[in-house]
Design a protein around this ligand. Sequence first.
Ligand code: NAD
Ligand code: UDP
Ligand code: UDP
Length: 330
Amino acid sequence: MKRILVTGGAGFIGSHLCERLLSEGHDLLCVDNFFTGQKSNIAHLAGNPYFEFLRHDITFPLYVEVDEIYNLACPASPIHYQYNPVQTVKTSVHGSINMLGLAKRTGAGILQASTSEVYGDPEVHPQVEDYWGNVNPIGPRACYDEGKRCAETLFISYYYQSRVRVKIVRIFNTYGPRMHPDDGRVVSNFIVQALLNNDLAIHGDGSQTRSFCYVDDLVEGLIRMMDTPKDFPGPVNLGNPVEVTILEMARKIIDLTGSSSKLTFKALPRDDPRRRKPDINLAGEKLNWSPKITLEDGLRKTISFFEKSLRLPTTRLNKRSGKPAFGKTG
Ligand code: NAD
Ligand code: UDP
Ligand code: UDP
């Protein structure tokens, strides 16, 4: 049994990671300030004697004794990270310094949830780890992108300077149950809009691409990365290389939900990356990892979650075939 700290543990990915680590018999300390996380994400873990929650903002020092740290604390959705850009930078920079100081003092391994946003609007496709990226340092996404880039710099500096056992993963768009319905990210937005039969709002013409990874696959990759030898700090891309346009994603979600929603088109936000797809050869080689869950299966599970959380009936009919869109899910 290891004593494991998960920062951002009440968030979307963090809550799945806590669940998985607890199921493996570890002693969990979940730290979160509830900026975007929710109590309901971890309520089901509260009765477990090996689960402990601490409301704390990682931009302030934290003194605890642990063996491993997964540093996930940071708002991830553009509307949330742009709400208070200075706090977003502080979370990535001051927060990382504090967590790295904690790792240095305790000798703990520490994994940083970095992001495909470090590649910005990429000129290299698919994105490989040794591509340095194309980021606007003063644009609306900079507080997140540059914050995460500086966090990577801090992690690699603590690795070389203080021999801290650091692990950097660059996470590509991840989706699944427990995404916040008002989170603003494309998968949750489209599913909620489709289930309510509201129009799906596409930014731009929808020809921009993303590659979507189901959360269980991602969590597996995070744990495998933590278990790699000390002399391998990364960075490693974790994501599903199946690339889709946002328009294709909208149509797929309408189909799977059997919704009567139509598509509408809005202005593309500034600096919105044109395309994104991970090269995951390094993850294959070093972690023996690749995603297993198809986009359709992952979307079905996510739709089922939103149906329950929006309290909608669980059997829906496909509007064209008249048959259940994906069977009874409840
Ligand atoms: P999320 O917003 O659901 O979770 C982030 C959690 O961090 C929330 O619970 C929030 O309350 C907490 N938090 C924010 N600032 C904090 C602070 N200063 N102190 C303590 N807690 C704080 O987002 P998520 O999708 O679960 O993302 C988790 C991590 O993975 C983030 O670091 C994000 O940058 C990274 N990531 C996510 C994706 C994705 O597609 N979901 C992609 C790339 C990287
Ligand atoms: N820190 C922390 N918990 C610890 C150890 C350190 O939060 O258990 C913080 C502390 O606030 C410090 C930061 O981590 O400012 C960086 O620590 P480090 O030892 O690298 O640097 P220093 O203390 O010399 O500034
Ligand atoms: N997007 C969209 N409609 C929405 C939300 C997002 O068309 O309701 C677009 C967004 O502009 C981007 C893509 O979908 O091109 C993915 O957006 P998200 O915020 O999920 O992730 P990120 O841009 O950070 O990859």
